[in-house]
Write a protein that binds this ligand. Structure first.
Ligand code: SF4
Length: 865
């Protein structure tokens, strides 16, 4: 059975065998058979420890008719009393296109408000706004084949090796096949991606617009300006030229603003000038900024000025974070879009209203994600339906968002888990079908439409989101418009709308698929749009130099960088880890995915740690006027001094600390509404700890200290604990009351073994730093009879130390790798792979293996390890 990975925007094809085991689909154009570690772990991630199986209303399990009736009735009452704007939907790039289409149709077409937004607002809405301005439509002008064809690859604000691993592996293969391919990585951090670049530019955060405006100025001053292309296909040249003639775009001023040496800047600019086949990949570092839309626009400007668009290996390429962020954009899942790449222009409203046969169509854009929270606070939005996302953790100023969500008169959450921070606030919980159970389509970063297919029945009463939405819509009186019986039905209508009175006006037109039979939909193979011919082969966007603007010309964007405000404190940067997904609601329970990063950490340069007196701190508090959180500090040479990086994954489900979006101000790009996650300031101070411990057991502690973090093990869980006020004895007393305890003194602490009927029920290591212990050997003893010699053996292994897991597929730690390199004088990756097998399965850790080799052999740096 062929389906698509549900995690990132690479959109890898997955084959699932009769046992439910996933493997890469060699026939899928996105991945050609490869999967990263998250894709490889899809089998394990299916067994969620606590699955939401039945609807719940105010804590009571109910059947679907009762839940649907409750929602429809409450929506009806609120709309009658306060108008359609009192109701809102908040969706997700995890939803399938068919779910998204129905949600958008119900809200904009029949409830009559455009209050539907999505978590895609948080990751790529700046790119959307930039595309719409430059090209007249939200169309990504690149394909994955361009990775193989490019001579120069510029990666800006993206740690591709971790966030789009299969795409990065494809880049590695492209470079291996063409050693002349050059990589420039622009990122304040020396990430796994940056460390493999030919040139890494660690720019001052927030200076991207200056850097690319400087590049545009350099292009104008060179003979690489493609005058012919600009004259025929581009508008706004004179204005941009006027703006860029200002003295601040002289190289020395740009170097100063970006924090780069003139020589570095010149090298980048010269590389760009010298390589007509340039591909510029950009992601969150560009989009999640106060000037996100302008940043993306400045990148696009450089491609338009050089005519590097619509040609093999040459394009600006926005990478999407989620599997179906693009599909959501296609149906109009953002509050400022109507449907099928149409905005709220009167002619579009007329078209869509006639197509949907409605007289209730929303007449203006609705609230974007951050505005929705403000509208809830003002009491304008009274009911919110959240689908497949966790805004209580992922929105900026998330503590405020959580309070707003809790204050809703009606909060409905559709999810597979009842335990997300958002689900815990809901009055109505709806059990959603998960990956492997639902049926529909997704569109990846490169406009490839793929099928997600079910290969097992949904458990309990779990249902697809489109089905739940249709039930509510019908119950509200819109039977005819929501009489869909299947995902195929919805897809046909969606495809038909893309072609409705299109006349070549809109690039997004998949209406050739609107007549697919159920069997053809079921068998649909991956295809990119624009659809080329009957078989859906790829077509290159903008190859003819015509854009989707009224005059057919692309538009340059002139924009000045705004002056940076520099309040005191550390500059906070947030982002993703290689093995985790979003707020861990689908990956946090998988032991091998959690093993590479076991608790929320803050990465800081060693000099910054020293300057702040934090070198010895086991735990630090990060705080600012929006919130505070406790994290473990980690020294990282790849960080610039004065900056701190914290992953965005942790939630209350997994730790008392690390919910970093509590500290992010709810402000963002004024053009796109995308939050500026990467431009906040925090203070750091050490936390005085009274005690520390590790609890290894299957039992969840009843009493939790000030800081805790839990992670699954192959058997049981490990709870890392630190107390600032309560005592360790209070904590111990809260654990297993029955049975007896064996108390074993250790040189620097104690081992307490909880016994039940002579068998080990749990192990508490008191007084030892929990992050230096390897809990797995002790966890292996749970449920076994006490054997002192075995316990001692396992204990000494546990105390030998906890080394970061690098290869999740073959469980190879950093210590093992370093030891193997030293003992066997290994200098090349294949030797290491042969010895330890690390990096030989999914390959996601290959960039880190190269990094470790480079650190162990500094003399080899720059050589092809
Ligand atoms: S790169 Fe990994 S997470 Fe992304 S789609 Fe492919 S397998 Fe899934």
């Amino acid at each position: 059975m062929h389906t698509t990975c549900p995690y990132c925007g690479v959109g890898c094809g997955v084959k699932v065998d009769s046992q439910g085991t996933p493997s890469g689909d060699a026939g899928h154009p996105a991945n050609l058979g490869a999967l990263c570690v998250k894709g490889m772990a899809l089998g394990e991630s299916q067994s969620l420890p606590s699955r939401l199986l039945y609807p719940r209303v105010n804590g009571e399990q109910v059947d679907w008719p009762r839940a649907v009736d409750h929602i429809a009735r409450r929506f009806g009452e609120l709309i009658e009393r306060h108008g359609p704007g009192a109701v809102a939907f908040y969706g997700s790039g995890q939803m399938l296109t068919e779910d998204y289409y129905v949600a958008n149709k119900l809200m904009k077409g029949f409830i009559g408000s455009a209050n539907i937004d999505t978590n895609s607002r948080l990751c790529m809405s700046s790119a959307v706004a930039a595309h719409q301005h430059a090209f007249g439509e939200d169309a990504v002008p690149a394909s994955y084949e361009d990775l193989d064809l490019a001579e120069l690859v510029v990666i800006v604000g993206a740690n591709t090796a971790w966030t789009h691993p299969v795409l990065f592996r494809r880049l590695e293969a492209a470079k291996a096949a063409n050693p002349h391919q050059q990589w420039v990585v622009i990122d304040p951090r020396a990430t796994a991606t940056a460390q493999q670049a030919d040139l890494h530019l660690a720019i001052t955060p927030g200076s991207d617009l200056m850097l690319f405006n400087g590049l545009a100025r350099r292009i104008l001053d060179s003979d690489r300006l493609d005058r012919h292309f600009v004259e025929r296909h581009v508008a706004g040249f004179d204005e941009l030229q006027r703006q860029l003639s200002a003295p601040e775009y002289r190289p020395e001023r740009v170097a100063e603003a970006t924090g780069l040496a003139i020589a570095q800047l010149e090298r980048f600019y010269q590389l760009f000038l010298d390589h007509p086949q340039t591909l510029t990949l950009f992601c969150m570092g560009i989009n999640q900024s106060l000037q996100g839309t302008l940043n993306a626009g400045a990148i696009i400007n450089c491609h338009l000025l050089t005519g590097r668009i619509g040609k093999p290996g040459a394009a600006p390429f926005s990478l999407t974070g989620q599997p179906n962020a693009m599909g959501g954009r296609e149906v109009g899942g953002l509050a400022n879009q109507l449907a099928a790449h149409m905005d709220f222009a009167p002619a579009n409203r007329d078209k869509v209203a006639r197509f949907w046969n409605t007289d209730r169509l929303a007449q203006a854009p609705g609230h974007k994600a951050m505005d929705m929270i403000a509208a809830i606070e003002r009491g304008e939005i009274k009911a919110l339906w959240v689908m497949g996302t966790n805004p209580a953790v992922s929105l900026p100023d998330s503590d405020r968002a959580r309070r707003a969500l809790a204050s809703c008169e009606l909060l409905i959450v559709s999810d597979i888990s009842p335990n997300t921070d958002t689900a815990k606030l809901a009055q109505v919980l709806l059990p959603a079908a998960g990956w492997g159970e639902k049926d529909g389509t997704v569109t990846n970063s490169a406009r490839i439409l793929s099928r997600q297919r079910p290969f097992k029945p949904a458990p309990g009463a779990a249902r697809p989101d489109w089905w739940a939405l249709c039930q509510v819509a019908r119950s509200m009186g819109f039977e005819q418009a929501f009489a869909f019986d299947s995902a195929a039905d919805i897809f046909r209508e969606h495809a038909a709308l893309t072609g409705f009175e299109n006349g070549g006006e809109r690039l997004f037109d998949i209406s050739a698929l609107s007549e697919l039979s159920d069997a053809e939909y079921d068998a649909m193979t991956p295809r990119s749009w624009p659809l080329a011919g009957q078989d859906g082969g790829p077509a290159r966007l903008f190859a003819d130099g015509r854009f989707a603007t009224p005059d057919g010309k692309a538009r340059l964007r002139s924009a000045e960088p705004s002056a940076a405000v520099e309040p005191a404190g550390l500059l906070l940067n947030t982002g993703r880890l290689r093995d985790q997904w979003h707020t861990m609601s689908r990956t946090g329970h998988v032991a091998r995915l959690m093993a590479a990063a076991t608790e929320p950490q803050a990465q800081l340069h060693p000099d910054t740690l020293a300057a702040l007196g934090l070198e010895r701190a086991e735990l630090i508090e990060l705080h600012n006027e929006y919130g505070r959180t406790l994290v473990r500090p980690v020294a990282d040479d790849g960080m610039a001094p004065g900056q701190v990086f914290v992953p965005m994954h942790w939630s209350e489900e997994f730790s008392a600390g690390g919910r970093i979006n509590d500290l992010v101000e709810a402000r963002g790009c004024s053009l796109s509404g995308q939050p500026a996650f990467k431009q906040n300031r925090v203070q750091a101070s050490p936390v005085e700890l009274q005690w520390q411990a590790s609890w290894i057991a299957t039992e969840v502690p009843a009493l939790l200290p000030a800081w805790w973090s839990r992670r699954p093990l192959a058997q049981g869980e490990c709870w890392s604990l630190a107390g600032t006020d309560t005592s360790a004895e209070q904590f111990r007393a809260s654990l297993t009351a029955e049975g007896s305890w064996l108390d074993w003194p250790l040189p620097q602490g104690r081992l307490l073994v909880a016994l039940e009927q002579g068998k080990i029920a749990g192990l508490l290591l008191l007084g030892l730093s929990p992050w230096h212990i390897n809990p797995d050997p002790l966890a292996a003893l749970i449920g076994t009879a006490l054997q002192p010699s075995l316990l001692l053996g396992q204990l000494s292994q546990a105390l030998a130390g906890n080394s970061k897991l690098v290869c999740s597929c073959w469980s190879v730690s950093e210590d093992q790798i370093r030891r193997a390199i030293a003992q066997n004088d290994i200098t090349e990756l294949p030797q290491l792979q042969q010895l330890l097998k690390c990096g030989t399965r999914c390959g996601s850790c290959v960039p880190e293996l190269k990094q470790i080799l480079a650190v162990c052999h500094p003399q080899l740096q720059g050589e092809n390890i």
